[in-house]
Design a protein around this ligand. Structure first.
Ligand code: ACM
Ligand code: ZN
Length: 520
């Protein structure tokens, strides 16, 4: 074989793929698409045709587009001909699931159909990504031709859980910033915002029954000289606003209330709930081993009364079926010497402190179940016996012993390993390319997702605390995670992604995100 001929042949095979990718920079990449001749042009004559049940989505599309276009798009339920966009629910698309959609763009008509409203919304995001970047601007842009390339797309996600965790405890992230991140992640079809609301450095959510939590525990001790903007909490009205804002964008907010450890701040307000009973002061985070030994007293019934009262308010505020209860890095030193905790171990026939934590978590799980909710915990909830109904958020990297336990369990799992998904780490450690290479399965042979719900990036806010710093830690590698969670493995390709990513950096800039500049 002549190698030059072989090389030329390979190039011919490759070129159309790259051209397609250049033409339609969609992230995450759709499962199926076919480019066609021609373009649809959005102009002053374009209308949105919709049945009543999708009016809210039509208005959302209109509100997304109008500021940059500078002209109105009318919404109507009347039949149209000519230049229009049709949004339609279609039972025949049930096989694409709740989040799937079909988008067909012809020169005269755009047809977006889906089994559910969620699918329609993701289709709207694809449509926005197909338009020139300038469509993301919030004021009229002159001189742009609002063309959309003709294409047929059929799309649905690989995984149901495509999440981002924001640590709102170490740094209080203001409500408007949270909205910015919700808007940004939904643009890339991510659907979970996990809010880490409580930790040693701050309790960030109003609980009406325990006002001291926010009065005292939402502020660092003044000796740490924290800037005012890092103090604060979300009122219950703020939470309702965020939940509604997120729901309109297909994003579910999952609250996390830490227990039994990472609760130093609680004891600043309610010291009687700890084993030692001492009043603590909120401490600043410091690099190195920063874990506090303080822990909820598992032998004290008042602890459970407190947690259940807190969870009553949490479950009322968050419609999510999940409540995350933390469970990570709980130091057991004080349980070993606390008389009440030791009595609990004896009375409940438990072997040791690990089993006490397992008993603790199961007791809380039962309470959450009675409220119609499911429990999620960090993978330490496996220690001492895992409840079959709990969902495990797996964070410790799988080259450690704990990794080998994973294939044994039948529980639902969300992958957030430190090896790929820790976005407080530097880009030197976790580049976009490394993130992109992650395949969230137990091993490469096991291609069936089974009980894997999906994948999530975790951002801990102890080091990078200002808004531009947080932006840089998250973006652009969050786009890689979005594609890992959405696009089937055999449809992914780093070189192709890189080209699309370049194009989406402009979008990030327009929506005001200070992304990190990587060398590819
Ligand atoms: C964790 O990083 N402690 C979940
Ligand atoms: Zn105790």
């Amino acid at each position: 074989m002549n190698y030059k001929i072989l090389y030329a042949f390979c190039l011919i095979l490759l070129i159309p793929q790259i051209l397609v990718s250049k033409g339609i920079a969609i992230i995450p990449s759709p499962q199926f698409f076919q480019e066609k001749e021609g373009v649809f042009v959005l102009n002053q004559g374009t209308s949105i045709m919709v049945q009543k049940d999708l009016t809210a989505k039509a208005n959302q599309l209109k509100n997304y587009l109008e500021p940059a276009l500078g002209f109105d798009l009318s919404v109507t339920s009347k039949s149209l001909s000519g230049n229009y966009i049709e949004l339609k629910k279609d039972k025949n698309l049930a096989q694409l699931g709740n989040e799937g959609y079909k988008l067909e763009i012809n020169p005269n008509k755009i047809s977006l159909s889906a089994f559910s409203e969620k699918g329609i919304f993701w289709g709207i995001q694809t449509l926005r990504q197909l338009l020139p970047d300038a469509v993301l601007r919030e004021a009229p842009v002159e001189g742009v031709k609002w063309e959309i390339p003709c294409i047929v797309i059929e799309d649905s996600p690989r995984y149901n859980w495509r999440g981002l965790m924001l640590d709102c405890s170490r740094t209080f992230i203001p409500k408007e910033e949270i909205k910015k991140y919700i808007e940004a992640i939904s643009f890339f079809k991510m659907n979970v915002l996990h809010m880490h609301l409580t930790d040693d450095q701050g309790w960030r959510i109003e609980i009406k029954k325990y006002p001291e939590l926010t009065k005292i525990a939402s502020r660092f001790h003044e000796s740490f000289d924290e800037p005012e903007e890092y103090a604060g909490y979300y009122s219950q009205d703020d939470i309702k606003e965020l939940v509604a804002f997120a729901a309109a964008r297909n994003v579910e907010i999952v609250p996390e209330i830490e227990m039994p450890g990472h609760t130093y701040e609680v004891f600043a307000a309610y010291p009687q709930l700890s084993c030692k009973g001492d009043t603590s002061k909120i401490k600043s985070w410091f690099p190195g081993l920063g874990l506090h030994k303080e822990i909820f007293c598992a032998g004290n019934n008042e602890t459970f009364e407190f947690i259940e009262n807190v969870l009553d308010e949490i479950t009322m505020l968050f419609p999510s079926q999940y409540v995350h209860i933390g469970g990570d890095e709980a130091p057991k030193d004080y349980w070993k010497t606390c008389e009440k905790c030791q009595n609990r171990i004896k009375n409940e026939n438990l072997a040791n402190e690990d089993e006490l934590q397992s008993w603790f978590v199961k007791r809380i799980e039962k309470y959450l179940n009675s409220k119609g909710k499911k429990l999620i915990g960090w993978d330490e909830i496996m220690d001492g016996g895992l409840s079959p109904g709990a969902t495990v958020m797996y964070w410790r990297s799988w080259d450690k012993t704990v990794a080998r336990e994973i294939p044994e369990i039948k529980n639902d799992i969300i992958f957030t390993p430190t090896s790929h998904c820790y976005f407080d780490y530097t880009y030197e450690k976790i580049s976009s390319e490394r993130m992109y290479s992650f395949n969230p399965v137990f091993n490469e042979q096991n291609q069936t997702p089974g009980n894997i719900l999906g994948v999530q990036a975790n951002f801990w806010s102890h080091l990078d605390r200002t808004s531009p710093q947080i932006d840089r830690q998250l973006f652009p590698r969050l786009l890689a995670l979005a594609e890992v969670g959405w696009t089937e493995k055999d449809k992914k390709d780093w070189d192709d992604f890189k080209i699309r990513l370049q194009s989406k950096l402009k979008s990030l800039e327009i929506i005001g995100i200070h992304y990190f500049k990587e060398n590819y």
